[in-house]
Design a protein around this ligand. Structure first.
Ligand SMILES: [Zn+2]
Length: 410
């Protein structure tokens, strides 16, 4: 990849490389989550061949969305086909890759706008705002990359991370009982949570299905569908928002603080491509976490859902840690995660975030509430893992190997 490229062109090149790689290895990746990406690409090429207009493409996307909403029992009278097509057309004018999946892109734009607003308020705005995109690169996160021979940056989300976060959050919110009064109150009491999990074989089964889908099949979307009800669904939505916002704010912080301008670049290979990323430095990672927390807290405070901010971060930490544990158990028969060269351990990241919180929020009561929910998120995932660990030890003894969740374990 040579020559000066615009950020969007650069993302397109990365995506085309990825598609080509996936096409070449289609047989191997058949059951992996990145296969979703591949089918998306094939659809695009097909559309080009038949010269379908984008309007027609949007129409068929809109039909698919409405159909899915019906299957999942989601009712929203404000949404109709014309509105969805209109939204797509609005995104069309944005500066994005031709190979972007529109749903994912729309969600990314919405998040980036929120970060932009808060960054402006806090005097943390980057003049040359990063361009966003998605890529099927395997590991459950996002990354900030410098465009070659340019001073511009892109933030790339792994295509599978949205589904990954959505399924796990829908599982864990079921462990919180609630009381309906004037407001809805969730209980984050330790004993009650553990009791709920112990007495719910369905929840344990959903968790195991999710883990198997991620680890054995390499595709969180393979988790058998289950439905949850409001108000737990509402709670899951806030967790979802905070989790993804934190991931994006963390990457934003790397660019804001010039972490990628550090002279010591490191080339990272992720199966089909190589990137220049900031030399892995745990100090820089923790700094990005702190700024991510600051930005997320401000957004959540303004939006009236501060209680879920830290819990959203914890959801991401615990879920990613869970994948590491399950992966290590399957490979080595021991759930101590293999140390990452890129990031500090989740225990260190968690501790840093908790230490920084009182510097961001002065109201002690608000801190207590944030911590309460965050600890409850960790408790549910840890408790469910303890119940599933033995199955993974048995898989290990039987020689069952992990699926292709990671193109390359960074
Ligand atoms: Zn980072």
């Amino acid at each position: 990849m040579t020559g000066r490229l615009s950020p969007v062109k650069y993302i397109e090149e990365l995506q085309l490389e990825a598609f080509q790689y996936l096409l070449d290895h289609a047989a191997i990746y058949r059951e992996s989550w990145i296969n979703i990406y591949l089918s998306h690409y094939l659809k695009l090429t097909l559309a080009k061949k038949t010269d379908k207009s984008s309007r027609e493409n949007y129409n068929s996307y809109a039909t698919a969305i409405l159909k899915r909403m019906k299957i999942y029992g989601i009712k929203n009278n404000n949404i109709d086909k014309n509105k969805i097509v209109g939204t797509f057309e609005k995104w069309e004018n944005k500066n994005h890759s031709r190979y972007e999946t529109l749903m994912t892109y729309g969600a990314l734009v919405r998040m980036l706008e929120k970060i932009k607003n808060v960054a402006k308020k806090r005097n943390m705005l980057i003049k040359d705002f990063p361009t966003i995109g998605s890529l099927p690169y395997g590991s459950a996160d996002a990354m900030a990359i410098q465009v070659p021979e340019s001073s511009k940056y892109v933030i790339i989300f792994n295509i599978g991370i949205f589904g990954f976060i959505r399924v796990i959050e829908h599982i864990i919110v079921q462990a919180y009982s609630f009381k309906v009064g004037n407001t809805i109150e969730f209980s984050f009491n330790r004993e009650i949570i553990i009791k709920t999990i112990n007495e719910s074989p369905i929840l344990q089964k959903q968790f195991k299905n999710f883990l198997n889908a991620c680890i054995l099949q390499g595709n969180p979307y393979q988790t058998p569908y289950f439905r949850i009800k409001t108000p737990q669904l509402e709670l899951a939505r806030y967790l979802d928002e905070c989790s993804k916002l934190f991931i994006m704010a963390h990457e934003y912080a790397h660019i804001l603080r010039g972490h990628l301008d550090y002279p010591a670049f490191q080339q990272v290979s992720i199966g089909y491509s190589e990137f220049n990323v900031a030399k892995f430095n745990h100090q820089l990672e923790l700094e990005a976490d702190k700024i991510g927390l600051l930005l997320l807290n401000q957004i959540a405070y303004d939006g009236g859902y501060l209680n879920t901010a830290l819990a959203g971060i914890e959801l991401y930490f615990s879920a990613a840690e869970l994948i590491d544990k399950a992966f290590a158990t399957l490979e080595y028969g021991d759930d101590t995660p293999i140390e990452s060269i890129t990031h500090p351990s989740f225990a260190v990241r968690r501790l840093t975030i908790k230490k920084v919180l009182p510097k961001i929020i002065s109201n002690k009561q608000l801190i207590v509430q944030e911590l309460l929910f965050a600890d409850a998120v960790k408790l549910v995932i840890d408790t469910l893992w303890q119940k599933t660990k033995n199955d993974y030890m048995n898989y290990h003894k039987k020689g069952i190997k992990p699926g292709l969740i990671f193109l390359k374990n960074l």
